[in-house]
Design a protein around this ligand. Structure first.
Ligand code: NAP
Length: 283
């Protein structure tokens, strides 16, 4: 039976650090503040927003919402980005994506102040991840995976790691972060040949494919650590990951459940970035 790497344990440790940092800033008269930019009312966005707002409130971080209708113009959205960029009281910005199709998302991201890019979406933040520097902020989800590995004292040095998925939001930055931790990394995607053999080779597996149950018992072996990033809804309407938990858990050494794994850590990482942005600005 695998050890469960539980999001709530990692979150508790992270939250202690974030609250202490937020309190220290408050003593200096600085309230770390997140600007939330939302276009329209997509249920996914609203649900993530509720989680982020709750976590901000718990950790002593303020927030301000900038809401636009789904049919807003590019100019209206750009004006909001300009407003949050110029507002010294806002330290970090969360902008929900994808934006409605009529808006030029790349132009909006380009306009965002990289120092406030707490969600790691600007080119500047990507450079930071790929160069292994502290420029901008890494995307929150792959950082959440690293926080889980750190919390459970997984030493990545010299280990073989496989990342399933090559998106710019999760897969690619996760691979770069594992390299920074001295792992030897392979990235799988839809054109990978014989994925079960490739995944079986790994000591550490991060799965971010967006397909329920894409990694099952035939992909894994004893001794592995499996981090499941996926968030899917199964035929019974229940949340599930990209890993077939029921068949994989009895085989591997450690695994993150879904729900209860990466997702909740991601929210604390975001709030932690807001506090870090406020610290950098007031250093
Ligand atoms: P994405 O942009 O759709 O990318 C999926 C990646 O997985 C692509 O690179 C794709 O390969 C690869 N892939 C898809 N099916 C595959 C298969 N059968 N075998 C091998 N590779 C496959 O998704 P994403 O944004 O990275 O998100 C991935 C998952 O993480 C989703 O379930 C999403 O809901 C979840 N997520 C969770 C959090 C969290 O906080 N827990 C945050 C963000 C995302 P190609 O490039 O070849 O198409």
């Amino acid at each position: 039976m695998a050890k469960q790497f539980l999001g709530k344990e990692v979150v508790a440790a992270l939250n202690d650090r974030i609250m202490a940092d937020a309190a220290a800033l408050k003593e200096k008269g600085v309230t770390p503040t997140l600007g939330i930019v939302r276009v329209g009312e997509r249920e996914d966005d609203l649900s993530y927003e509720r989680g982020a707002v709750k976590r901000c409130e718990k950790l002593g971080v303020a927030y301000e919402k900038f809401l636009l209708p789904a049919d807003c113009t590019q100019e209206e959205l750009m004006a909001v980005i300009d407003q949050v960029n110029k507002n010294d009281a806002i330290h970090g910005v969360l902008m929900f994506r994808p934006l409605p199709k009529h808006l030029d998302e790349a132009a909006v991201i380009k306009a965002l102040d990289p120092e406030k890019d707490v969600d790691g979406i600007t080119d500047g933040s990507m450079v930071g991840v790929f160069a292994g520097t502290n420029q901008g902020f890494p995307p929150c989800t792959p950082q959440a995976c690293m926080e889980i590995l750190d919390y459970y004292n997984v030493d990545c040095t010299g280990k073989k790691a496989v990342v399933v998925g090559r998106s710019l939001v999760v897969g690619k930055p996760a691979a770069m972060m594992l390299i920074k931790k001295n792992a030897t990394v392979t990235v799988c995607h839809t054109r990978t040949v014989d994925m079960p053999s490739v995944v079986k080779e790994a000591d550490i597996v991060i799965v971010a494919a967006g397909r329920a149950g894409v990694v099952d018992a035939s992909y894994v072996r004893e001794g592995q650590i499996v981090i499941d990033v996926g968030i899917n809804v199964n035929a019974e309407g229940k949340l599930c990951g990209d890993v077939d938990y029921a068949s994989v858990e009895p085989i591997v050494d450690a695994i993150t459940p879904v729900p209860g794994g990466v997702g909740s850590v991601t929210t604390s990482v975001l709030v932690g970035h807001v506090v870090e942005a406020a610290k950098r600005k007031n250093a």
